[in-house]
Each structure stands twice: as C-alpha cells, then as structure tokens.
Write a protein that binds this ligand. Sequence first.
Ligand code: MG
Length: 330
Amino acid sequence: MHEKKITNKEVSRRNFLDRRSFIKSAAGIGMAAGMSGAGVTTWAEQPLQKRKKAVLKLSCQEWLVPGKTTLERAAKLDKWGALGLELKGDELPKRVKEVKEAIKGTNLKVSAICGGYSGVLISQQRSEREKAVKGIKDILTATGELGSTGLIIVPAFNEGFLPSSHSMSSNYPNLNNKQGRKVLVDLLAELGEYAVKCGTRVMMEPLNRKEAFFLRLLADAAAICRDVNHPGAAMMGDFYHMNIEETSDMGAFLSAGGYMHHVHLASAARNLPGQDERSFVDGFRGLKMIGYQDYCSMECGIKGNPDVEIPKSFRFLEKQWEQATVHFVE
Ligand code: MG
C-alpha cells in the first residue's frame, strides 16, 4: 500500500496534539497540576528562570520515628517541622482510615509509599512479572486515596540480594538489560495508566550496584520515563545510592528534570543527614534548578536517640538548602 509522505510540520502537529490529549486526560481527573512535570518536552522548554521556585518539603519514613501508633509518630514529625510522612506499601489498603486520622489536623501529608509488593517486574518468569504488576496495582489504589506523590518501585534487585522486605525479589533469574528495559517500558505504560486513574504515579528508584545492576543512574531512569512517555510513570533519587553511582548530584537531578517526584535522604554511611561528612548542597542546587516541588524523605539508620537526632538532622538539611545558592544567567 502506498503511504502518504508525512512532512516535518505534520509530525510536529501530531506530537503537539498527543501532548495536549495527555494533558487533557490528566486534567479530567484533577491531575493537571500534580502532573505538570510529566511531559518532558513541555518542562524542558521552560527557561530555568520561569520554573516554579523549588521547595524543601522534609519527610521521614514512619518506622524511623519512635512511637506506638501512627498518630503518635505523626504528631512528633509535625512538631519537628516535617511536611511529609512516608509509608510502607505492605498492608497499606487496610491502613487508609488510620493514616488519614493520624495526619488530620497536622501539617503532614503522605509523601511517598515505599514498595511492599511481591514479584519482579523484569523477571525471566512471566508469572513473577504478573505478580509484580498485580501487587503494584493493589497498592496504587490506596496510594491514590491517601493523596500520595506516588509508589516507589524497583524493577529488579540483584539475584540473590534480599531487600529488607524480602518480597521484591525471587528465585528466578532476571532478564538481561536489553530485554528487561523493553519489558519494563511496556509494563510502565500499563502501570502509569492505572496509577493516573488512581490519582497518583509509579516512581522508579535507581539503586547502587551492590543492590541492583539493572537501574543505577538517574539519567537512565529519566530515559526510561521519556520512552514510556506517560504522566503516571516517573522516578526518584536517593542520596545514598547517588553517592556511590553518580559523578555529580546536581548533574543527576538535572538529567532527571521533570520526571523527578521523590528524594530519599541518607548520609554516606546511610545514617541521618549530618551524621557524617556527606554534603547535600550540590544535590539541593540541582533540585532548585529543576524547580523541584515534591518531598525529601529520610530513609536511613540513626546514630543516637531518634527523638533528638531526627529534628537535629532536619535543621541541618534546612541549612544545607540555604547554602545551595543558584545563580541563573540571563
Ligand atoms: Mg531509597
């Protein structure tokens, strides 16, 4: 069959219409504001000076805070000046009411949801991939109900490496990098679509090589987001892993750009920020340059009394944020 030749102008027009229909579908379910960074072309086209002013919204994983109940932990974090509470995905569907009540009347919102599903997205075994997709979808409904930024996912841990949850790994080998990436792009399109319907997103987390060989650099995660090209498929960065894998914190965040929707905070030895020499200034400079609007959340060990050390670390981070000056060139 003879195909009509498409001009460059026509290609641009179709791309524009595609982007517009994405924005329209997101707006239809009230997601337009939250998903503004999803279309990288739109985001990248903004001059640096015109991007939203970045904000430091501190958050903490709930299990780091001493307390018998979520209510007690939330009250402490609120008092210490946090704005976000990060939760585990395990059991989340059963906890929606309890969490809503715990943060009611505080300045806290649910930042991210961390893993908690079984199966492996890029396993050689189809049943493992399907298990991961189902598990992620099960958590996404509650993630959306709680108004969370998104659900953190890891495409695959190294074979034989058991993460603390033990659930996001399996006894089957993973696909190789090329096959795994292809499968992941397809699955993220499906998961992203489901996430947007729930009012949230999925966020890939690059790890260091001791934990995962498949996805280690923020730029690689951003390239996958670009190829998936869906507002529900996004990514995050973790200062601990970045310290091992990235040559520049600022460069890594600039590469991630509008796809960045969560940050994990930890020192070089994976303790609270400020408990060793790790500086956050260069990375915070990058976050300021991309106009970052989401949470920076503690995921680390703690040396000393958490009730004393966590608020101390928050104050340290606020100072580092202040020190991260950015001078835009006209
Ligand atoms: Mg992390």
